[in-house]
Design a protein around this ligand. Structure first.
Ligand SMILES: Nc1ncnc2c1ncn2[C@@H]1O[C@H](COP(=O)(O)OP(=O)(O)O)[C@@H](O)[C@H]1O
Ligand SMILES: [Mg+2]
Length: 250
């Protein structure tokens, strides 16, 4: 759980429009080392756009992002991954016809050298130890040699999160890890997240499932119509009239 800790990420005044749609209208927040920061808000309020601006998938119209006090604004996704920002997407990024192990190895190798070194050097580039550690942490051992496409949706979601960790990130961004996952797998996703956090991993998590986020997040940023409505603990957020209004009014 987070007390006054080192600030890992500082996001300041992010603006992003798509034509006339103002998706992000001056969003600022911090992420502290070792915390799980939840990001919630009604559909279409700008959460995914915000993550894409932070992670270089989209170019923000204005605003800054600093990682450990270093300005990383405007860097490309690959540079940001190297700098320590890991992520998963709202839609799954696993390769169906590759095994769980191969998916993880690919995710690890995406951050090593050039495409040529990946093609022509030793096949695992020394990453197999990392793969095995992550497989163990995610309890995916029994599925390691299975094609990802044969896994349940919830298992694929876990694999997707595991892949986000292969770059050895300082902070991992998850976009709706609970989305579409059935109840029993949801408990698994939650446990893995809490275990990894307990082991020191920092997370920023967009989630639509309120119960999920209330249970895992140390602090929650509530976004409404492209702006930060409030930042608080689960209890503060749950009972705030502004938050209730933002959801009901939508
Ligand atoms: N690539 C895009 N082009 C045009 N409009 C977009 C694009 N991405 C998102 N939007 C719009 O920006 C707003 C915020 O979307 P998004 O960030 O996906 O919301 P959330 O993730 O909170 O559901 C929505 O009105 C959405 O339609
Ligand atoms: Mg979204």
């Amino acid at each position: 759980m987070s007390q006054a800790r080192k600030k890992v990420l500082e996001v300041r005044d992010i603006h992003k429009s798509f034509g006339f749609v103002k998706a992000n209208r001056g969003i600022s927040f911090d992420v502290y080392e070792g915390e799980i920061l939840g990001v919630i808000g009604p559909n279409g309020c700008g959460k995914t756009t915000l993550f894409n601006c932070i992670l270089g998938q989209l170019k923000a119209d204005s605003g800054t992002v600093s990682l450990n006090g270093q300005d990383v604004t405007g860097q490309k996704p690959a540079q940001l991954a190297k700098a320590g920002l890991g992520r998963t997407f709202q839609l799954l990024q696993v390769f169906d016809s590759m095994t769980v192990e191969e998916n993880l190895l690919t995710a690890a190798q995406a951050h090593v050298g050039s495409i040529f070194s990946r093609l022509f050097m030793q096949p695992d580039l020394g990453k197999m130890d990392d793969v095995n550690r992550v497989i163990e942490a995610f309890r995916l051992g029994h599925l390691a040699k299975e094609d990802a496409g044969s896994l349940s949706y919830g298992q694929q979601k876990l694999l997707d999160i595991a892949m986000g960790l292969m770059s050895n990130p300082q902070i991992v961004f998850l976009d709706e890890p609970a989305g579409g996952v059935n109840l029993s797998m949801l408990a698994d996703v939650k446990s893995r997240l809490l275990e990894l956090n307990e082991a020191g991993m920092t997370f920023a998590v967009i989630e639509h499932n309120m119960e999920f986020i209330f249970e895992v997040a140390d602090r929650i940023v509530v976004i409404a119509e492209g702006e930060v409505l409030m930042v608080g603990t689960a209890d503060e957020v749950r009972n705030d009239p502004k938050v209730i209004e933002a959801y009901l009014g939508h």
